[in-house]
Design a protein around this ligand. Structure first.
Ligand SMILES: Cc1cc2nc3c(=O)[nH]c(=O)nc-3n(C[C@H](O)[C@H](O)[C@H](O)COP(=O)(O)OP(=O)(O)OC[C@H]3O[C@@H](n4cnc5c(N)ncnc54)[C@H](O)[C@@H]3O)c2cc1C
Length: 357
C-alpha cells in the first residue's frame, strides 16, 4: 500500500493505492480498512498518511509511533557448574516438544509478589548452553559437507568425527532427542549463560518516525529511536540477585553475575533487540493517550482499524500472538456487526473490508 485517499475532513478512508515494484498501481476502495502490517511496518504506513492527507490520519495528538518497545534480551550472568551438572540442567531447562509440533521452554519468572514488592517489570530467564567444541554434538554440527582432504582423507568424514569428538556416543542419542522428542541436544558445555527477556516501561520518547530517505516505492523509510529505561536495568539486576539462592538450594552451581547488572548508568549493548516490535499505535480511551479505541478503530477515522501488536499499550516479555489473534477475531465480529447495519448496507458501493499492509 503506497497512498492513502481520505475524505476531505479526514474522518473516512475512501481508498488506498497499492503498488508493485515493477510499477503497476491499483486503487482499492472499501467500506472498512484494516491495517495489519505489524508493529514497525504498519506504523510506518500509518505515519505515511501525513504525506497524503492534510494533518495525517487520526486525531492529531501526535501519538502514532510513540511508545515503541521490544523485549530487550541479554546475558545477566553465567552459571559455574561441575562436569556432571550441565547434562542434568539440560534435562530440566531446555526446549521440549509436545504433540502437534508445539514446543515450550522452561525457565524462571518472577513471582507476582516479588514484582509488586520490588516494583519490577515482567521478565523471564532461560539457560543457554555453549556446546564444548570437542563434544560429539558440536563436532557433528560442524562436520564439513565434503570428504576431508590431506591426512584426514584416510578416515573419511565419519572417521574424522569419531577422532575429534570426546563423546561420539552422544551423537546418536542427540539425534533421537531432537528428531523424536523435539528437544535441544544435550552435550558437554564450555559455559552456561543466564539470558533475560524483559518487558519495557512504555516511554513516549521511544518512537518510530519517518526519515527523508525513500524506499523503492517512493515511501519514506522508518527511523527508529528505541530506548531502554532504568526500570529494565533494575529488573535485570534484581532478577539476577534472586538466582544464586535458587541454584545454591538446588545444587545447580554458582552464579556469577555480569558487571553491567550492578552498574547504575544507562544500558549499553548488553541488552539487544529481538525484532519483536510492539505498541506505537496503542489502544487508549482518549485520543490524547493513543491511536486506536477499544474496538481497534483509529480515533477520529470512522472506517480504519488496526489489527496487530502495534495496538498493545504495554509490551510484556512473552509471545503476544494469541492476544493478537483474539483481538483480530473480536475486530472481525465488530466489523461484521457494523456492516450488517441497514444504514451502511444502503451505501455499499465497495468491497466490505480491505486488509491493508
Ligand atoms: C514481547 C514479545 C515476545 C515475542 N515472543 C515470540 C516468541 O517467543 N516466538 C515467536 O515466534 N515470536 C515471538 N514474538 C513475535 C510475535 O510472534 C510477533 O510480534 C507477532 O507475530 C506480530 O504479529 P503482527 O500481526 O503484529 O505482525 P506480523 O505477524 O509481522 O504481520 C504483519 C504482516 O504484514 C505484512 N507486511 C508488512 N509490511 C507490508 C507491506 N508494506 N506490504 C505488504 N505486506 C506487508 C508482513 O509480510 C506480515 O505478513 C514476540 C513478540 C513480542 C512483542
Amino acid at each position: 500500500m503506497t497512498k492513502w485517499h481520505a475524505s476531505p475532513d479526514g474522518g473516512q478512508v475512501e481508498a488506498v493505492t497499492i503498488s508493485t515494484f515493477d510499477g503497476r498501481q491499483r486503487v482499492v476502495r472499501a467500506l472498512t480498512f484494516v491495517l495489519c502490517g505489524g508493529g514497525l511496518e504498519g506504523t510506518r504506513l500509518f505515519l505515511s498518511s501525513a504525506d497524503d492527507v492534510p494533518g495525517g490520519l487520526g486525531s492529531g495528538y501526535g501519538m502514532a509511533g510513540r511508545f515503541f518497545m521490544q523485549h530487550p534480551r541479554g546475558r545477566i550472568g553465567r552459571l559455574e557448574a561441575d562436569a556432571r551438572t550441565p547434562l542434568a540442567l539440560q534435562d530440566r531447562h531446555a526446549i521440549f516438544g509436545v504433540r502437534d509440533g508445539l514446543q515450550y521452554e522452561t525457565g524462571f519468572a518472577l513471582t507476582e509478589r516479588a514484582q509488586r514488592e520490588g516494583g519490577l517489570l515482567n521478565a523471564s530467564v532461560i539457560l543457554t548452553y555453549d556446546a564444548d567444541p570437542d563434544s560429539g554434538w558440536a563436532a557433528f554440527k560442524s562436520l564439513p559437507s565434503t570428504e576431508p582432504e590431506g591426512p584426514e582423507r584416510t578416515y573419511g568424514r565419519a572417521g574424522a568425527l569419531m577422532r575429534k569428538a570426546k563423546d561420539p556416543g552422544s551423537i546418536a542419542s542427540n539425534l533421537w532427542r531432537k528428531g523424536r522428542q523435539k528437544r535441544h541436544a544435550a552435550c558437554p558445555v564450555s559455559g552456561i549463560n543466564l539470558l533475560i527477556d524483559l518487558e519495557q516501561t512504555p516511554d513516549p520518547d521511544s518512537r518510530i518516525t519517518l526519515s527523508s530517505d525513500r524506499d523503492r516505492l517512493g515511501m519514506r523509510k522508518a527511523r527508529v529511536d528505541w530506548r531502554i529505561g532504568n526500570d529494565e536495568r533494575r529488573t535485570a539486576a534484581q532478577f539476577g540477585h534472586f538466582l544464586p539462592d535458587h541454584f545454591t538450594r538446588t545444587g545447580g552451581g554458582k552464579v556469577e553475575l555480569d558487571e553491567w547488572v550492578h552498574d547504575s548508568g544507562p544500558v549499553g549493548d548488553e541488552l539487544t533487540g529481538t525484532h519483536h516490535h510492539i505498541a506505537t499505535l496503542r489502544m487508549s480511551q482518549s485520543p490524547r493517550d493513543g491511536v486506536v479505541d477499544g474496538h481497534c478503530r483509529v480515533h477520529g477515522v470512522d472506517n480504519l482499524c488496526v489489527s496487530s501488536c502495534a495496538i498493545f499499550a504495554t509490551g510484556g516479555h512473552a509471545n503476544p500472538t494469541l492476544t493478537i489473534v483474539a483481538l483480530a477475531s473480536r475486530l472481525a465480529d465488530h466489523i461484521r456487526h457494523r456492516l450488517n447495519r441497514p444504514q451502511l448496507c444502503a451505501t455499499r458501493t465497495a468491497p466490505e473490508v480491505a486488509v491493508v499492509s
